[in-house]
Design a binder for this molecule. Structure first.
Ligand SMILES: [Fe+2]
Ligand SMILES: [Fe+2]
Length: 331
């Protein structure tokens, strides 16, 4: 309906067709879009949603593992876990900052999270029952995060793509520390090996769900690919993850809990069984095993941190007043 050659034809959002074409041409030429550039409203909204959800996932993701810091089996394990959980907090902060460049405030995003309105990765709504879960999370959850995030280093939006470069370096340490925990347990006593297998059994399917619905059911997929926010589809990334992870499980003698898992010579990848999408949607909609606890824990941490925010604001106000006073004195 806009292709009648009319100059200045408008789309539904009131954006000029020529503007959208120019924007798409920049994307196609692999130019980075920066915060002060003009961009379609849909592009801005998609990024705010995606970066916001990503930031929340980092922050909520600190909870299941934070739960084990005081119970880590050795000082070395404790130091590694502490560093990892702090990294996740840092990832959240970069990402909130990246989202803020698009005109949304961190306070607003935090409020939405605490009100239970914002989405975050549903993997963090599962409980961490044993120490082996810390291994499984690092290996599988951070492993899946890397698959998702490496292509985001080439995302068309400059601040997001640059944040991802450092984030990915840290994720790779997270994945290795998790895998190394699993390797140690798998080579330990029979109880330890069983504990590792049990953690793999519980985390495998939720990890596959981290890539989101199948491409045929994915709402935002095509447009995000055209805008080069996404570079690969959900199913492509999931397949890569399975292909990379199965040999790692074999190497440490653990079994992937999927009777349908089979190497497919033709596609040079593994075929795997059906994902329980009812479970996925149940957890996404707030009814997973730990949804309520996670938000309650975030609210508590937010309330307990109020004095830090007040002190930081009071300090900033004092500095501003001092700078103002010395500016006046200098005049
Ligand atoms: Fe992270
Ligand atoms: Fe991580």
């Amino acid at each position: 309906m806009y292709s009648q050659g009319l100059i200045g034809a408008q789309t539904e959002t009131g954006e000029d067709e020529a503007f959208l074409e120019r924007f798409q041409a920049r994307i196609d030429a692999e130019e980075k879009i920066e915060p002060t550039d003009d961009m379609p409203e849909g592009y801005r909204r998609t990024l705010i949603r995606q970066i916001g959800q990503h930031a929340h996932s980092e922050i909520v993701g600190m909870l299941p593992e934070g739960n084990w810091i005081t119970r880590a089996p050795t000082l070395k394990r404790k130091a590694a876990l502490l560093a990892k959980v702090q990294d996740e907090g840092g990832h959240g902060l970069y990402l909130y900052s990246a989202a803020e460049t698009l005109g949304v405030s961190r306070e607003q995003m935090t409020e939405e999270l605490l009100a239970g309105k914002a989405k975050y990765s549903s993997i963090f709504n599962y409980p961490t029952l044993t120490w082996a879960d810390i291994g499984a999370i690092g290996w599988l959850v951070d492993g899946a995060a890397i698959m998702n995030q490496i292509p985001l280093c080439r995302c068309s939006y400059g601040p997001y793509s640059r944040a991802m470069i450092r984030v990915c370096k840290e994720e790779s340490f997270h994945q290795r520390q998790g895998y190394e925990i699993m390797m140690t347990l798998a080579r330990g006593s029979s109880e330890q090996k069983e504990m590792a297998q049990d953690a793999l059994n519980r985390w495998w399917w939720p990890s596959l769900m981290m890539f989101g619905p199948h491409d045929t059911d994915s709402v935002h997929g095509d447009q995000s690919m055209r805008w080069k926010i996404k570079r690969f589809s959900n199913d492509e990334l999931r397949q890569r993850f399975v292909n990379a992870t199965v040999p790692q499980a074999e190497f440490i003698g653990l079994e992937i809990p999927d009777p349908d898992l089979k190497w497919n010579e033709e596609k040079q990848g593994y075929d795997f069984g059906p994902i329980d999408w009812d479970e996925f949607w149940r957890v996404v909609r707030g009814n997973g095993p730990m949804n309520r606890e996670r938000i309650a824990a975030r609210r508590k941490a937010h309330e307990e941190g109020a004095w830090v925010r007040e002190a930081a604001n009071a300090h900033a106000a004092k500095r501003k007043a001092r700078a103002e006073a010395s500016r006046i004195a200098a005049e």
